[in-house]
Design a binder for this molecule. Structure first.
Ligand code: ADP
Ligand code: MG
Length: 260
């Protein structure tokens, strides 16, 4: 099926399903820079939710609050029913093992092979999968999921930009997360490679039924992958709806997102 056509049967209404992430009234300022001013968001089980906001609008800050990398000033941040701000380090680490986080830029460790890059989360979260005597099957499975099993012994510098992004996605998949947070997954890639990454994200969602939060600037990515979208403007969820609903909106601030 061509990527140009959003897969309708992949798109469903999840809003009656279990809430995987719940954010209410999130505030975060850095000095006089009021970044988030009462942001609300719910991610439901199995859903692909896209967040769009212009550069510097606080998308990465929001996602970092979700995994406890940034402490919010106020507001409720719950992941799978657990309040992030009241977890101790051990509980936070356990929860993070269920959350795949594709960081913006998704850098690999340059001095490590692909295999070592993928083993990193296995070592870090060794309690999740029990005692692993041989990591090779897990590493290979994750690489096969992104179509790159033959890269296992390569160094990052031997990979193209698109391959690096795939390996970074494999690294987030290796712990079989329930939720994946993608921070600008297609940024810096040429349009064809970006489409391949979007296709990959869709395949992962279909195969594992993960709940995904996708932060993107890329209108094509949003159109193809989103079941629901939130537009982040002035630190709040300014508008919410499907791609079709939002792209048809007469509101100038909403329209601005869809102009090419
Ligand atoms: N650790 C930090 N300290 C101070 N300011 C920060 C920090 N992280 C982000 N900011 C500021 O917060 C704002 C939002 O940043 P960010 O969430 O990265 O934007 P984006 O929507 O592009 O991801 C920016 O003005 C940025 O400079
Ligand atoms: Mg960002």
């Amino acid at each position: 099926m061509p990527l140009e056509e959003p897969i309708q049967n992949l798109k469903e209404d999840h809003t009656e399903k279990e809430v995987m992430i719940n954010i209410e009234g999130l505030h975060k300022s850095f000095g006089s820079n009021h970044v988030l001013n009462g942001f609300n968001m719910k991610l439901h089980r199995g859903e692909n939710l896209v967040i769009m906001g212009k550069s510097g609008s606080g998308k990465s800050v929001m996602i970092k609050c979700l995994v406890g990398l940034i402490q919010p000033d106020s507001g409720r941040v719950e992941v799978m029913g657990r309040k992030i701000t009241s977890l101790n380090q051990q509980s936070l680490d356990e929860l993070r093992a269920d959350i795949g986080f594709l960081f913006q830029g998704s850098a690999l460790y340059d001095s490590m092979t692909v295999r070592e890059n993928l083993e990193f989360p296995l070592r870090r979260h060794k309690n999740k999968l029990g005692v692993i005597t041989d990591t090779t099957p897990l590493v290979l499975e994750a690489l096969e999921n992104v179509g790159l099993p033959h890269t296992i012994d390569l160094m990052p510098e031997e990979l193209s930009g698109g391959m690096k992004r795939r390996v970074a996605i494999a690294r987030t998949l290796i712990l079989k997360p329930k939720i994946i947070l993608y921070d600008e997954p297609t940024s810096g890639l040429d349009p064809i490679t970006a489409k391949e990454i979007i296709e990959l994200m869709r395949n992962i969602q279909r195969k594992y039924g993960t709940s995904s939060l996708i932060i993107t600037h890329d209108v094509d990515c949003a159109r193809v992958i989103s079941e629901r979208m939130i537009l982040l403007v002035d630190g709040i969820n300014y508008a919410e709806g499907t791609y079709a609903e939002l792209s048809a909106s007469a509101d100038p601030k909403v329209q601005a997102f869809f102009k090419k």
